[in-house]
Ligand binder design. Structure first.
Ligand SMILES: [Zn+2]
Length: 494
C-alpha cells in the first residue's frame, strides 16, 4: 500500500484590502477534516478532485485527506488564523505518518501578518515534518507569487495553465501522477525556477487572448521536448505586496538540470519581450457605460475590474451604478454584497417595498452607498450549484441569504450576504432573474466570470473602475515588492 497524505489551505491575499482574513472567517467558510474533504471536493473539477482521481486510478494507492480550508480572496491572513490552520495541518501530518508522499493543494499567493510567504512557510514545515526523503507535490494557482522557498521544499510543483482556471483538476492530476512515478523510482525530478522582473496586469492575464496565448504556445512547444515533466507559466498576483510579486516560470525535467534551466530562461526571455503588451489598461467608466447603452442588443457584460471579488475586493462597489444613474442609463443587473440590505428585504418579504442604501459600505474606494427604492422579487438562502465549467472547477456556491430587488428606475439588484464574484449565472437564476434578458450585466471579476458570461454576452467590456483590485497599479503604495520591476521601473533588466 502507498499512503499519501493531503492537507493545506488556499487563500489569495489582497494586502491592500481592509478586510482581514480572520480565523472566524475561515471557520465559517469551513475547515474540513477527513472524509468531509472528499465529500465536498471529489465530484468537482478542483485541485483536490485531481488528487483524488489520480490516486483512485492506482489500486495500491491510498490518499488520506487530513485538513483543508479555503477562503474567498480578501485581506491579509491574521496571525491567529495562519497559526491555527498550519499547526492543525502539520499535527495531522505528523500524527498519521509515516507517509510515502504528501500532496499539498495550495494557492501560492497567501500572505499572513506573520509570514509574508505563507504558502512557502507551510511547505517548508511540511518538508520539516516528513523529512528530506518523502516526496512532496504542490499544486498551485496561476496567480501564485511563487517563492524559492516553495519550489525548493517541493519535489514537484504544478500550476494551472489557464485563466480563467479550467485545468485545476488536470494540473493536480499531473502533480499526483509525477509524484507516484517518483515514488516508484521511475523519474528523478529536477526543478528550475526563473523570476524575470515583470508583472502581468490583471487585464492581460486571459490565457485565450494575446499576448498570454502567444506565451503559452511557446511553453507548449518546450513542454514536448524529451525529458520535460512539467512546465509552468505563472502570471502572479499583483495585489499582494510581497517580494515575490510578479511573473515566474517553473520547469521540471527528468534528472536534467541544465535543460530545466534553459527552458525556464527561454520562457522568461520571451515574456520580457512581451512586457509592454502584458501591461495594457481597460476602458474608462463613462465610456464603457455609454458604449453598453448604445449597443443594439444585450446583454453587454461590464467587468467591474476594481471590485474583482475573486481578487480580494469586498463585492459591494457601487461605482458603476452611480455612474449609470448620473448618465441616465438603466437596465443594469448587478449583485452587491450587503448583509443589512438582505435583512431589510427579508423583513419586507417577497412583493414588499424597500427603500434603503445598498453597497458601498466597506470603504471609500468602492463608491458610496447606492439608494434603491423598489420591490423585492425573490429571496433565497444563497446556495446554488453550477454543473457547468467554472473558474478553478468549483461546483457549490454559498452567497449567504440573498434577495433580488427590481428598482423603480429599472435596475435589477441582487443582494447577497457573503462577498461573491459572478462565477455562475445561477447567482441570478436562483433568484428568478435570467441574465440573458438584461441589457447590461455587471460582473464582479476579470477572468473568473468568463465561463458564465461568455456564452450569453453580446459584448464584453473590461472597465477601469477604482478599488482594491484596480488595473491601475500606480494607485497602490507598494512597500515590499522587488525593485526594479516592470512596469514601475520601465528599464528593469532581466
Ligand atoms: Zn487564480
Amino acid at each position: 500500500m502507498i499512503r499519501i497524505a493531503t492537507a493545506g489551505f488556499q487563500h489569495e491575499s489582497n494586502t491592500f484590502s481592509t478586510v482581514p482574513a480572520s480565523l472566524d472567517k475561515f471557520r465559517r467558510s469551513g475547515i474540513l477534516e477527513g472524509d468531509a474533504i472528499r465529500t465536498e471536493y471529489a465530484s468537482s473539477r478542483s485541485t483536490l478532485a485531481g488528487f483524488f482521481a489520480a490516486a483512485a486510478a492506482v489500486p495500491e494507492v491510498q490518499l488520506v485527506p487530513l485538513l483543508f480550508t479555503r477562503l474567498t480572496p480578501m485581506g491579509t491572513i491574521t496571525h491567529d488564523a495562519i497559526t491555527h490552520i498550519m499547526d492543525r495541518a502539520i499535527a495531522a501530518i505528523r500524527a498519521g505518518g509515516p507517509w510515502d508522499a504528501v500532496l499539498l493543494p495550495q494557492h501560492g499567493a497567501a500572505v499572513a501578518e506573520t509570514f509574508r510567504d505563507a504558502d512557502g512557510e507551510f511547505i517548508r514545515r511540511v518538508r520539516e515534518a516528513v523529512g528530506p526523503r518523502v516526496p512532496v507535490g504542490v499544486a498551485l494557482d496561476m496567480h501564485g507569487n511563487i517563492s524559492r522557498q516553495m519550489v525548493d521544499n517541493a519535489d514537484i510543483t504544478t500550476v494551472y495553465q489557464t485563466n480563467p482556471h479550467l485545468d485545476a483538476y488536470e494540473q493536480a492530476s499531473l502533480c499526483a501522477r509525477l509524484l507516484l512515478r517518483m515514488i516508484k523510482g521511475e523519474i528523478r525530478p529536477r526543478t528550475a525556477f526563473c523570476t524575470p522582473p515583470l508583472l502581468v496586469n490583471i487585464l492581460r492575464q486571459g490565457t485565450s487572448d494575446s499576448p498570454m496565448a502567444n506565451l503559452l504556445r511557446i511553453a507548449e512547444v518546450e513542454r514536448r521536448r524529451p525529458g520535460v515533466l512539467s512546465l509552468s507559466v505563472v502570471e502572479g498576483y499583483p495585489y499582494s505586496d510581497v517580494a515575490e510579486m510578479g511573473m515566474s516560470f517553473i520547469a521540471i525535467t527528468d534528472n536534467d538540470p541544465p535543460l530545466a534551466e534553459q527552458i525556464a530562461r527561454r520562457l522568461a526571455d520571451a515574456a520580457w519581450e512581451m512586457r509592454a503588451e502584458l501591461n495594457a489598461g481597460g476602458t474608462p467608466v463613462d465610456a464603457a457605460l455609454t458604449r453598453a447603452a448604445r449597443a443594439p442588443a444585450g446583454p453587454v457584460v461590464l467587468f467591474d475590474v476594481g471590485d474583482n471579488v475573486g481578487g480580494g475586493s469586498p463585492g459591494d462597489s457601487t461605482i458603476l451604478l452611480h455612474a449609470a444613474r448620473r448618465l441616465g442609463i438603466g437596465g443594469i443587473l448587478q449583485a452587491i454584497a450587503d448583509a443589512d440590505a438582505v435583512r431589510a428585504c427579508r423583513a419586507a418579504g417577497i412583493g414588499g417595498r424597500v427603500e434603503m442604501p445598498a453597497g458601498g459600505k466597506t470603504d471609500k474606494m468602492h463608491g458610496a452607498p447606492f439608494a434603491i427604492s423598489g420591490r423585492v422579487t425573490a429571496l433565497s438562502d444563497g446556495r446554488y450549484e453550477e454543473p457547468g465549467p467554472t473558474h478553478a472547477g468549483f461546483r457549490f456556491f454559498d452567497d449567504g441569504p440573498s434577495a433580488a430587488v427590481r428598482t423603480d428606475d429599472g435596475y435589477a439588484i441582487v443582494l447577497i450576504t457573503n462577498p461573491g464574484g459572478t462565477m455562475s449565472a445561477q447567482q441570478f437564476r436562483s433568484l428568478g432573474i435570467e441574465p440573458r434578458d438584461a441589457k447590461i450585466v455587471v460582473a464582479k471579476g476579470v477572468h473568473s466570470p468568463r465561463p458564465a458570461m461568455e456564452p450569453i454576452a453580446r459584448e464584453m467590456i473590461w472597465v477601469d473602475t477604482p478599488g482594491v483590485t484596480t488595473a491601475n497599479l500606480a494607485t497602490f503604495a507598494y512597500r515590499h515588492r522587488r525593485v526594479p520591476l516592470y512596469p514601475f521601473e520601465p528599464n528593469a533588466m532581466p
